[in-house]
Ligand binder design. Structure first.
Ligand code: NAD
Length: 489
């Protein structure tokens, strides 16, 4: 299915229509939002086979990986949003003091308006539609911009979306840099972008011109610490799963391993056993093993692998016309190695051997904060030491990838690995404005007299008493018992 780019001249009209729809209030009633979420759920539910085919064409993605990593996860997000919509959208009451006892004090969850979601190619359904769940649930109109790199899935979603969702409120714009650049000239109320940090800077720059808030879901080199007391068979299986799922093209794939000296040979033996079990001795013929998305990325990875000073102990074979890179492990990788320069985003696992966990912590802290940080350890002392002394978007102890699947856990990066997070209720909140609301009672005018001029000592003293708790806000409260007496306001 060829992907037709949206003519740039059509973009202003589409944006205007969505803006007008939002203004009309169509997307605000909860019933409307719920119906649209059900539509999105059905879109995925009724076309599972088509999605498996399209992602196979785009990425040679094994059908099971499409099901787990794309379809079921977004359906779960839809389900959570439908089930909890009323609760998430409800006014949130705020506890007040004496002075507001007769008033209404709450936070409204208002839709932001018209929002833009820009997806990435590696999970072309999930990364476009999972944020859309939050945007729809929160009552916005939405422009969806799929990644043109996974063109078959982009074309499929473009064809299906108008059949399941209201085109007055949700539209797709297809294209590459040119179309996206034109799109970004328009004013949105929020931009949600998933992709590389380099393009993230362009997106944020364009958003800054309009003071549009952004969520940036970026990448980075996510380390996996392996402590020597852990069961290496289990650690190896779980790392191999996370590294070779979608052929390593996962933003939270364990990018490299940090292991204490002495355990590395056993780890490699166990990773080899896991690769053999998961993908057979000939992974190229395995139905469970994917491919690199295109020639550019294939050559990028091959060139990094060719330059490594480490020892390729597993895999290493490549075939350009099949975009195949074998599940690969490289031992003895030093900090200055080609494999350690940037996020790998492919099925190559460098193993860095350290003399102590602290050496690994220092290495991680000398580099950009990663999107995920993995720890394999039986010891909570070791785990806490690593977590207390590092930073990362998220953490998963004794497994890889699966923290992404927990709807209650906000997913996102920190620093260069991203801004903001989503999933579950956080997705709803990202696309909502928390509007602080105070509804004053029209009674009690005598109490209000205290704030009106002419000011007198007495009035001010009563107003201070009503507004602030003297004990809490006295100078001595910050240093209780300093001189044993209450100070005056
Ligand atoms: P990509 O090439 O699909 O680009 C992302 C989006 O940016 C696409 O929709 C593309 O059309 C658009 N784009 C490209 N050039 C542009 C330009 N000049 N101006 C405006 N828009 C432009 O994806 P990618 O960037 O190769 O994605 C891979 C990266 O994304 C990796 O670093 C990965 O870690 C990260 N990623 C992060 C997450 C996450 O959830 N944090 C998920 C997936 C991927």
């Amino acid at each position: 299915m060829a992907l037709t780019y949206t003519p740039v001249d059509d973009i202003p009209q589409i944006v205007q229509e969505l803006r007008a729809t939002f203004k009309s209030g169509l997307t605000k009633p909860l019933n409307y939002r719920r119906e649209q979420l059900k539509g999105l759920f059905n879109l995925l539910d009724e076309n599972e086979e088509l999605f498996r085919e399209s992602t196979f064409k785009d990425l040679h993605k094994p059908p099971a990986e499409t099901l787990l990593g794309e379809i079921l996860t977004v359906k779960q997000e839809c389900h959570e949003a439908i089930k909890n919509l009323e609760k998430w959208a409800a006014k949130q009451p705020i506890k007040t003091g004496l002075v507001n006892k007769m008033d209404g004090v709450h936070i409204r969850k208002d839709p932001l308006g018209m929002v833009l979601i820009i997806g990435a190619w590696n999970y072309p359904t999930n990364l476009l539609l999972a944020p859309a769940v939050g945007a729809i649930a929160a009552g916005n109109t939405v422009v969806l911009k799929p990644s043109e790199v996974s063109s078959h899935t982009a074309a499929l979603i473009t064809r299906l979306l108008p059949k399941y969702l209201d085109s007055r409120s949700y539209r797709i714009i297809n294209g590459a840099a040119t179309e996206t650049t034109v799109l970004l000239e328009h004013k949105f109320d929020h931009i949600f972008y998933t992709g590389s940090g380099n393009i993230g800077k362009i997106i944020m720059g364009a958003a800054a011109k309009q003071l549009t808030p952004v969520t940036l879901e970026l990448g980075g080199k996510s380390p996996a610490f392996i402590s020597k007391e852990v069961d290496l068979t289990i650690a190896a299986r779980r790392i191999a799963f996370g590294k070779y799922f979608n052929c390593g093209q996962t933003c939270i794939a364990p990018d490299y391993v940090i292991i204490e000296r002495g355990s590395e040979d056993e780890l490699i033996t166990q990773i080899n056993a896991a690769i053999l079990e998961f993908y057979t001795a000939a992974p190229q013929t395995s139905d469970s093993y994917g491919r690199i998305v295109n020639k550019n990325h294939f050559h990028r990875l091959k060139s990094i692998l060719d330059k490594t000073q480490g020892k390729v102990v597993t895999g290493g074979d490549t075939q350009e016309d099949d975009l195949y890179i074998a599940p690969t492990v490289v031992l003895g990788v030093k900090p200055e190695d080609s494999l350690m320069e940037a996020e790998l985003f492919g099925p190559i696992l460098p193993i860095m051997v350290v003399d102590s966990i602290d050496e690994g912590i220092d290495y991680v802290n000398d580099h950009d904060q990663p999107l995920a940080l993995y720890v394999f350890s039986k010891s909570s002392k070791v785990t806490d030491h690593i977590l207390d002394n590092t930073r990362s978007g998220g953490v998963l102890v004794n497994d890889t990838l699966t923290h992404f699947l927990v709807p209650g856990l906000p997913f996102g990066g920190t620093g260069p690995s991203g801004i903001g997070n989503y999933h579950g209720q956080r997705s709803f909140d990202v696309f909502s404005h928390e509007r602080s609301t105070l509804v004053k009672s029209l009674g009690m005018e005598k109490v209000n007299d205290l704030k009106y001029p002419p000011y007198t000592e007495k009035k001010i003293s009563w107003a201070a008493w009503a507004l602030f708790d003297k004990a809490k806000y006295s100078a001595n409260a910050a240093n209780p018992g300093a001189n044993g007496s209450d100070s005056k306001l």
